[in-house]
Design a protein around this ligand. Structure first.
Ligand code: NAI
Ligand code: SOE
Length: 382
């Protein structure tokens, strides 16, 4: 077994999800590599120590640059707000470290281009945590599409709905609320939520060529947690776009943090000439499938419980017995497993930085189109 020494930067929500992935992966997958939690970097030493104790990190650093300089770190995991992704990734590439970076890759396309250039020049293995690809039901959707079961695709529809920023008194910026601050997040729901939908869509249905978008910022000013002043809100609270894919299909995407009653409702539906599929994050182990070739009197949507482990359902051979499902956290376990398998084979682990740049370009085109009152924008390709 080869040890892969991990250095993690940031110890919030994703710091926990990834740490769980590293800790669990060798329990479920037979791999050549074993992640070793060497160090976590965070500005507050005491909090970093508490996190390190809880999740099993050997040491802490209070400056992420020190972590990257360390000879005993092989791979760096970037779990910070979006405005730090580029600087950290460039430093990692310069130091020859492998990188696992949280989504969105960057604040915008030009930043992403620099990051892709840096990792490809350095030749360091890299991946971006678009973890929903690693949900077995979503991977099964990919398999069904690649097998041609849907035939020609006509429509791709996706939503990512939340409701946690409706309160106008919620401040922006700083810990926990950096997503509301354009300087830290880059954009609002476009980069935070639609980016997931776009990544999955490109993976399942190919590149997006043009977009027409509209966005809205419902609460125009919020108190900034760091300055204490009421400041203009620079993020998009809601973002809607329609698009044309390279394969001729039409896409419709919506995301918002103002859909009262929805906490994290990510859904997609794909309609092809022969069959359709639907997926819903709230029921993440199920894939809904409608096949027109079924006998007429029985033809209906079927709900596939993606838990078979005789090789039928992706990733599930590594878990329990048929019928017993896995959860959100396992998408990260699966992603770590994919990364370690790719390392052993010497192949890239999708989505790579270059794959994630494609998503970034779509986000840029969406925001640009929205600024231009929905005018069509061509999407640059990575
Ligand atoms: P969070 O706010 O829970 O954690 C961010 C962490 O970064 C905190 O520990 C904070 O102290 C640390 N940090 C901030 N500035 C730092 C600095 N200068 N040096 C060291 N540490 C610093 O945020 P969360 O939710 O974990 O998000 C982090 C990243 O993960 C974001 O890019 C976000 O878009 C992405 N994300 C991805 C998800 C997915 O589904 N793949 C889910 C949630 C977040
Ligand atoms: C926002 O609330 C958020 O945590 C996003 O940042 C994640 O990327 C998404 O997976 C869930 O929602």
């Amino acid at each position: 077994m080869i040890n892969l020494n991990i250095g993690m930067i940031g110890y919030g929500f994703m710091g926990r999800a990834h740490s769980n992935g590293y800790n669990r992966v060798n329990n479920f997958f037979d791999l050549e590599y074993r992640p070793v939690l060497k160090a976590v970097a965070a500005r507050d030493k005491e909090k970093a120590r508490q996190f390190a104790d809880k999740w099993g990190y050997e040491s802490v650093e209070t400056d992420w640059r020190k972590l990257i300089e360390r000879k005993d770190i092989d791979a760096v995991d970037i779990c910070t707000p979006n405005n730090l992704h580029k600087e950290i990734a460039l430093a990692c590439a310069a130091a020859g470290k492998m990188i696992l970076c949280e989504k969105p890759l960057s604040m915008n396309g030009p930043e992403g281009e620099e990051m892709v250039k840096a990792v490809e020049k350095a030749g360091v293995p890299n991946t971006v945590w678009y973890n929903y690809r690693k949900v077995p039901a979503v991977t099964l959707a990919k398999q069904l599409i690649d097998e041609g079961r849907l035939g020609k695709i006509f429509h791709y529809r996706a939503n990512f709905l939340q409701d946690w920023t409706i309160n106008a008194d919620l401040p922006q910026g700083g810990a926990a609320l950096w997503r509301l601050d354009a300087a830290a997040a880059g954009s609002g729901v476009t980069g935070d939520l639609l980016a997931h939908c776009i990544d999955t869509a490109i993976w399942l249905n190919g590149n997006i060529n043009t977009v027409n978008a509209t966005t809205e910022t419902f609460v125009k000013e919020r108190k900034h947690q760091l300055t204490g002043k009421v400041e203009k809100v620079g993020i998009d609270d809601a973002s809607i776009f329609f698009c044309r894919f390279g394969n001729g299909s039409l896409g419709l995407f919506e995301s918002t943090r103002y859909a009262r009653g929805h906490k994290a409702l990510y859904t997609f539906e794909i309609n092809g000439e022969k069959a359709s599929i639907k997926w819903d994050l709230h029921d993440l182990h199920r894939l809904e499938y409608f096949d027109y070739k079924d006998e007429g009197k029985l033809r209906a949507w079927r709900s596939i419980h993606v838990t078979d482990n005789g090789g039928e359902h992706p990733y599930m051979d590594h878990y329990w017995v048929p019928g017993l499902q896995i959860g959100y956290e396992h998408s990260f376990v699966n992603h770590v497993a994919d990364f370690l398998e790719s390392l052993a084979k010497g192949t890239p682990c999708p989505p790579t930085f270059r794959d994630a740049l494609e998503t970034q370009y779509v986000c840029d085109a969406v925001l640009d189109s929205a600024k231009a009152n929905g005018m069509t924008r061509e999407v640059k390709h990575a």
